[in-house]
Design a protein around this ligand. Structure first.
Ligand code: PXP
Length: 234
């Protein structure tokens, strides 16, 4: 049964839009766990557009399941991760002007830096995952660099008019990852209509889903929105 990581970034987006104290991402995490989330995921972006440093620190104390911190490959972020000690760090590429994470990491391009950072985090007892496109060479490179896990970027699948080709790429990458001993997660752009087909890929052990859950929560409440997504991924 696949696990569901609930990404609560956009609860913070709503808060930051007005500079208020509400809605509180930590309260959303509690509701998500009540609804059956197996993990809480947050992306501490370099521009701090949604999740703030204090959110990550609070969540470390309040999350009962596991905390997955998504972050860019920078020295500043490594320092924060080693201090906060989330269960997992997921390295993601980051561009200042993007609306959301636009593609997977080019693992080869940041090889040297990544290798060092993966070692440091693993020494600190933190699991390391790399957010990559469904590309076999990126999967193999992730393993060579010592990552524990990969998260396959499902954005192209979500955006495609006919997602079947993209679905095959995801399946092939997931199979490869599993075959070479990686834990395989997937996420980005998944919603209540397109998740079931990806969730049918048995090799994917975890999904990280955010925007669609937060959007649905407006109408049915956070706990229920998570419960419905959990049914889909399982
Ligand atoms: N996984 C990763 C690595 C991400 O960067 C994001 C977006 O922050 C997600 C999952 C969740 O994507 P979405 O909000 O589209 O569900």
């Amino acid at each position: 049964m696949a696990r569901l990581g609930v990404n609560i970034d956009h609860v913070a987006t709503l808060r930051q839009a007005r500079g208020t104290k509400y809605p509180d991402p930590a309260a959303a995490a509690v509701a998500a766990e009540k609804g059956g989330a197996d993990q809480i995921t947050v992306h501490l972006r370099e521009d701090r557009r949604h999740i703030q440093d204090h959110d990550v620190r609070t969540l470390r104390h309040t999350v009962q399941t596991e905390l997955n911190l998504e972050m860019a490959v920078t020295d500043e972020m490594i320092k924060i991760a080693l201090d906060v000690r989330p269960n997992t760090v997921t390295f993601v590429p980051e561009k200042r002007k993007e609306l959301t994470t636009e593609g997977g990491l080019d693992v080869r391009a940041v090889r040297k830096k990544l290798k060092k950072q993966i070692e440091e985090l693993k020494k600190g007892g933190i699991r390391v995952s790399l957010f990559i496109d469904p590309d076999l060479s990126q999967v193999e490179e992730s393993r060579e660099l010592g990552a524990d896990a990969i998260e396959i970027h499902t954005g192209q699948y979500a955006d495609a008019k006919n997602g079947s080709l993209e679905l095959e790429r995801i399946r092939t990458a997931a199979l490869k990852g599993k075959e070479i001993g990686l834990y395989v997660a997937a996420g980005h752009g998944l919603h209540y209509q397109n998740t079931k087909s990806v969730a049918a890929i048995r090799e994917i052990e975890e999904f990280n889903i955010g925007h669609a859950i937060v959007a649905r929560a407006i109408f049915v409440g956070f706990e229920q929105a998570v419960r419905e997504m959990r049914e889909l991924v399982r």
